[in-house]
Design a protein around this ligand. Structure first.
Ligand SMILES: *Cc1c(COP(=O)(O)O)cnc(C)c1O
Length: 359
């Protein structure tokens, strides 16, 4: 008998797959409801830019392959970010870019350093190539950059999520600079800025790229830009790193519609500002709600807040039964915690009411 599990790479056979938030349609089917509220995947509750939507309604020649080099999108990003277009790598979501980095640089037994309570894909991508994964305990729900630096001296690659998902913690530009200075240039440092647009403090590590040739910054159109369904993200690095990533990526990894919509979304500052403003206001609503319920939560620089509820699976199930999807994060070594994406006012109120009933 053919047993694929005994033939597969042991590192792959041992993997547990990424657990996404429960899809809305699935809960609708299960409960026979027309409407459910999903606050489980850090999506933009306002949808996407109307300008991106208008672009998507224009006909494109679907019989043709996309521009594999994403020329127009790279030009747009280069202009917006004030970088050269040859510093960019476009991916099928930034998840793909994270995987490309591992594919291009990490082999079995190379050391990869990540933080406890950090984004699951770093671990999954490194585990798939049987890397030597070093998980550094977090400190007060934050990456312990000092510890990470002392353990990463002989590493191939370090992943830093800034802000981090699911804790929402953020490290200032200064502390990132200190971290980068503390490492040899042989260590690739990947800073995942999926939520950087929401940060109210000093901002992106992009300004450090010229100082540090070993720095890579990943970004996405899935969060504030509201294009998670199109799958498009990118990274900014030295031109040399971009050249290497380009060698391992699939030729047409970003589709035509995604490239076109991303360009429109990038320049719709009004929509971005509106999204950030809503997030800030509603974050306070969520904080206040958790405080009223006397629940511990972690202050967040992202569009989500994690909260300690005790029996997280029980509370999660009870909220599901009330038509509300949030995210249990026991698999992030945070048993007892749920992560709430910040939604529209009405959605947050309903989620808080459901939570109150559930606990
Ligand atoms: C959502 C998220 C991403 C982005 O994923 P995409 O593949 O671009 O949709 C990357 N990193 C973190 C930490 C995230 O939470």
């Amino acid at each position: 008998m053919f047993d694929p599990y005994s033939v597969a790479l042991p590192a792959v056979a041992d993997l547990s797959p990424y657990q996404p938030g429960k899809p809305q349609e699935e809960l609708k089917r299960e409960l026979g409801l027309d409407r459910v509220i999903k606050l489980a995947s850090n999506e933009n509750p306002l949808g996407c830019s109307p300008k991106a939507l208008a672009v998507l309604k224009q006909p494109v020649d679907l019989a043709r392959y996309p521009d594999g080099n994403a020329y127009q999108l790279k030009q747009a990003l280069a202009q917006k970010l004030n970088i050269n277009s040859d510093q960019l790598t476009i991916g099928n979501g930034s998840s793909e870019v994270l995987e490309l980095l591992v594919k291009a640089f990490v082999t079995a037994r190379d050391k990869v350093v990540i933080s406890q309570h950090s984004f699951a894909l770093y671990y999954l991508a490194a585990q798939a190539v049987n890397a030597d994964i070093c998980i550094v305990p977090a400190s007060h729900w934050q990456h312990d950059l000092k510890q990470m630096s002392s353990l990463a001296n002989d590493a191939k690659l370090v992943f830093i999520a800034n802000p981090n998902n699911p804790t929402g913690s953020y490290h200032s530009l200064d502390s990132i600079r200190v971290f980068l200075n503390s490492l040899p240039e042989s260590v690739l440092v990947v800073i995942d800025e999926a939520y950087i647009e929401y940060v109210t403090e000093d901002g992106s590590a992009l300004s450090l790229l010229n100082e540090f040739p070993n720095l890579v910054i990943t970004r996405t159109f899935s969060k504030v830009y509201g294009l998670a369904g199109l799958r498009i993200g990118y990274c900014v690095s030295s031109a040399q790193i971009a050249d290497l990533l380009n060698r391992v990526r699939l030729p047409f990894n970003a589709n035509t519609q995604a490239q076109n919509a991303a360009i429109a979304a990038l320049f719709d500052q009004e929509f971005i500002d509106q999204s950030i403003k809503l997030n800030l206001q509603q974050k306070q609503v969520i904080y206040d709600g958790f405080e009223r319920l006397r629940l511990d939560f972690i202050e967040s620089q992202g569009n989500f807040v994690s909260v300690q509820v005790g029996d997280e699976l029980g509370v999660y199930q009870s909220m599901l039964a009330q038509g509300i999807i949030v995210r249990p994060i026991g698999n992030y070594q945070m048993p007892g915690w749920l992560r709430f994406t910040i939604g529209l006012e009405q959605e947050n109120q309903q989620a808080l009411a459901a939570l109150s009933k559930a606990i």
